[in-house]
Write a protein that binds this ligand. Structure first.
Ligand SMILES: Cc1cc2nc3c(=O)[nH]c(=O)nc-3n(C[C@H](O)[C@H](O)[C@H](O)COP(=O)(O)O)c2cc1C
Length: 335
C-alpha cells in the first residue's frame, strides 16, 4: 500500500493513542507486525511555542519508519508552521487529527470540531500540504453525531485539499468510544475517494479486520485498543491476510515483550515516569492470565523498575511451572 511517496509494508497499522502510543509502545508494535505506527497527538500551538513536553512527545526511533506524527490544531497558519517543524524533525508523514472528542480540544476548534466545519478542515489540510514536502494524512470520525454523519463530504474536501490518505474511525464524536461501528460510513468514504482509505474502530481480532477490509473495501485497517497488552494482534491480522493461522504467543514471548517494554520505557522516560506509565500496560498484558488480576494489583504498588521486573519474572516463572506440571494453559480468557 502506498500513501503518496511512502510505501507501507502491510495493511494493518497501529492507532495513535494519547498517553499510550509512546516510543516504546510504537517500537514494539512495529516490530511485531504493524506496518505503520503513529505518535500520540501533538498540539500545533504548543509545538510552535516550543513547549518542552511537546518536544518529548516528538521523540521517535529510526526503527519506527515510516514515522507518522499527528498534529492537532484548528488554525491553518499555526498548523502550517508546526508542519514545517515536523519536516525539519525528519518525520515521513504528517497526520491531522479530526477525531479527538475531548472538550478542551474541540473548544479550540481542533480535533472533531473540524468535522463540523468542512471548509475550515480543508483550509487546515491545504495549509499543511503547502508547508510540508511529504504526505499529509487525516484521521477523522464518521461525523459529529448521528444527525451529521458527513465523513464523505469532509473526506472529499480533504482529498481536494491535497491529503494523501484518510483514516475513518467508524464512530461519530457523539459515539465516543462506545460499541457503535459505522462501517457503512467507511465504505462510503472509500467509494467516494481515489486516495487510500484506512478503516478504524472496534477491530479486535483477525476476523474483525478481514470483515472490515471486505465490507468497506478499504486499503488498510487501524487497530487501537485491541493492541493494548496484545501487540501480537498485528501479526495475527497479517497472518489472516495471508490465509495463515495466527502465530502462537507463548508465555516466554509475553514475558520477554513485557520486560523489554519496561526496560525501553525506563530508557525513554526515566525510571519514575516509566514505572508510572507502565502500570496500565502491565494490567493490559496480564489480562486473561491465571491470577493476573492479583499480580496486577501488587505491581501497581511498586515504585522501582527493578522491583517491577523481578515481580514480573517471578510471576511468569510461576505460570511456567503451573503450565508444565498441570498441562493447563496459563491463558484463561481473551485468547
Ligand atoms: C487512550 C486513547 C487515546 C487516544 N488518542 C488518540 C490520539 O491522540 N489521536 C487520535 O487520532 N486518536 C486517538 N484515539 C483514538 C484511536 O486512535 C482510535 O481511533 C479509537 O480508539 C478507535 O479504535 P479502536 O476501536 O481500535 O480502539 C485514542 C483512543 C484511546 C483509547
Amino acid at each position: 500500500m502506498r500513501i503518496g511517496s511512502v510505501t507501507l509494508p502491510g495493511r494493518v497499522v497501529a492507532a495513535p493513542m494519547a498517553g499510550v502510543s509512546d516510543l516504546p509502545f510504537r517500537e514494539l508494535a512495529r516490530e511485531l507486525g504493524a506496518a505503520m505506527v503513529c505518535t500520540e497527538m501533538v498540539s500545533a500551538e504548543a509545538l510552535v511555542r516550543r513547549s518542552g513536553r511537546t518536544r518529548a512527545l516528538m521523540r521517535y526511533a529510526e526503527g519506527e519508519r515510516p514515522v507518522s506524527m499527528q498534529l492537532f490544531g484548528g488554525r491553518p497558519a499555526v498548523m502550517a508552521e508546526a508542519a514545517r517543524v515536523l519536516c525539519d524533525h525528519g518525520v515521513d508523514l504528517i497526520d491531522i487529527n479530526m477525531g479527538c472528542p475531548v472538550r478542551k480540544v474541540v473548544k479550540s476548534g481542533a480535533g472533531a470540531a473540524l468535522m463540523r466545519e468542512p471548509t475550515q478542515a480543508a483550509a487546515v489540510v491545504a495549509a499543511v500540504v503547502a508547508a510540508a514536502d511529504r504526505p499529509v494524512t487525516v484521521k477523522m470520525r464518521a461525523g459529529w453525531d448521528a444527525t451529521s454523519m458527513n465523513a464523505v463530504a469532509v473526506a472529499r474536501a480533504c482529498e481536494q485539499a491535497g491529503a494523501a490518505a484518510v483514516c475513518v474511525h467508524a464512530r461519530t464524536r457523539g459515539d465516543g468510544f462506545g460499541p457503535q461501528r459505522r462501517y457503512d460510513v467507511v465504505a462510503a468514504v472509500k467509494a467516494a475517494l481515489t486516495i487510500p482509505v484506512i478503516g478504524n474502530g472496534g477491530i479486535d481480532s483477525p476476523a474483525a479486520a478481514m470483515h472490515v477490509l471486505a465490507e468497506c473495501a478499504c486499503d488498510a485497517v487501524m487497530v487501537g485498543r485491541a493492541a493494548l497488552g496484545n501487540p501480537w494482534i498485528f501479526a495475527a491480522i497479517r497472518a489472516a491476510l495471508r490465509g495463515a493461522a495466527p502465530p502462537v504467543v507463548t508465555l516466554g514471548a509475553r514475558r520477554q515483550a513485557l520486560l523489554r517494554h519496561l526496560a525501553r520505557a525506563v530508557e525513554v522516560h526515566g525510571e519514575q515516569l516509566a514505572v508510572r506509565r507502565m502500570r496500565k500496560h502491565l494490567a493490559w498484558y496480564l489480562h486473561g492470565l491465571r491470577d493476573g488480576h492479583r499480580v496486577k494489583e501488587a505491581l501497581q504498588r511498586l515504585d522501582s523498575a527493578a522491583e517491577v521486573a523481578a515481580a514480573v519474572a517471578r510471576y511468569f516463572d510461576r505460570l511456567a511451572t503451573v503450565e508444565a506440571t498441570s498441562g493447563c494453559a496459563a491463558v484463561e480468557v481473551g485468547e
